[in-house]
Design a protein around this ligand. Structure first.
Ligand SMILES: C[S@@+](CC[C@H](N)C(=O)[O-])C[C@H]1O[C@@H](n2cnc3c(N)ncnc32)[C@H](O)[C@@H]1O
Length: 269
């Protein structure tokens, strides 16, 4: 599979996608780190960060596991990851849909906003679970747009426009890239069905405002999807441009999509 025919909609090698990955990290790393700390990640752990994107969590894991531990960071496209330099880190080009992972190896396999892009995420769970040593943890964090609505204090016209853009974003990504914008609600159940023990989950959301990181993620996302959204024929270029301008304006305020963190443990035979 080449980076041109993959299901993932964004190209990590583009400057705008590098900035988009950094912005995702700004928004989501604090919650991810709390969740990983709660699983007990510490010195000497062997970790895999799958679909590592910009690599901030891979870098955090390197500091956390120290010289006795190791971190394997994988992605379809490692352009941004290759900028990282830590003695504990190995970076590997890897397609989770087709390529094997080391077996019985890791104390932790972490993924964030990856499974929802895979069409049938359940098909890769045996590979992820097989990569764990007995007792090791999977932590999978997936988005669910159920909560994504405009703040009722927004002007009605701007709120309606932004909610149309949200809906269109989900529709285009689902139709063209097999993205499931509501996978967050399924991920814990899928981990349990795949046979993991001690499965739990926790959802996180917040308010996103124009001119801040939450507005920026929308502007960077819409900039990359603009042409596909216009081609879908339900929104005009000027409507999309107006929504993008809102992203830099404090008039935009919305409840963010939920990030559902789910975890589970491979049983000790
Ligand atoms: C939304 S980004 C999230 C990046 C990072 N996990 C984070 O949360 O900051 C999704 C990442 O998954 C990667 N990805 C998508 N499909 C993949 C696949 N089949 N195998 C490996 N990585 C994949 C993309 O290249 C991208 O870096």
């Amino acid at each position: 599979m080449t980076t041109d025919d993959q299901t993932y909609a964004f190209k990590n090698a583009l400057d705008a996608q590098g900035e988009r990955l950094r912005t995702l990290e700004t928004l989501f790393d604090p919650g991810t780190i709390r969740c990983l700390e709660a699983r007990g990640v510490g010195p000497g752990w062997r970790c895999a960060e799958v679909g590592a994107g910009g690599g901030s969590i891979a870098a955090w894991l390197c500091h956390r596991v120290g010289p006795e531990g190791s971190v394997l960071a994988t992605d379809l496209d490692t352009t941004v990851l290759r900028e990282l330099a830590h003695p504990e880190l190995e970076v590997r080009v890897h397609d989770l849909l087709t390529d094997e992972l080391p077996k019985d190896e890791f104390d932790l396999v972490h993924l964030r906003l990856v499974l929802g892009w895979l069409g049938d995420p359940r098909s890769v769970l045996p590979r992820l679970i097989g990569a764990l040593r007995p007792g090791g943890w999977i932590v999978a964090e997936e988005i669910d747009f159920v909560s994504a609505v405009a703040d009722p204090r927004m002007e009605a016209e701007a709120a309606a426009l932004f909610e149309r853009v949200l809906h269109e974003h989900n529709a285009v990504l689902a139709a063209q890239h097999r993205f499931n914008p509501f996978y967050g609600r399924r991920v814990a159940g899928d981990l349990a069905d795949a046979g993991l023990a001690e499965v739990g989950c926790e959802g996180r959301t917040t308010m996103w405002c124009g001119g801040e990181a939450g507005g920026r993620i929308w502007r960077l996302t819409l900039a990359q999807l603009r042409e596909s959204m216009i081609a879908a024929g339900r929104m005009t270029a000027s409507e999309i441009d107006e929504a993008m301008a809102l992203c830099d304006n404090p008039r935009l305020s919305m409840l963010a999509p939920v990030v559902m963190a789910a975890w589970g443990r491979r049983g000790v035979a």
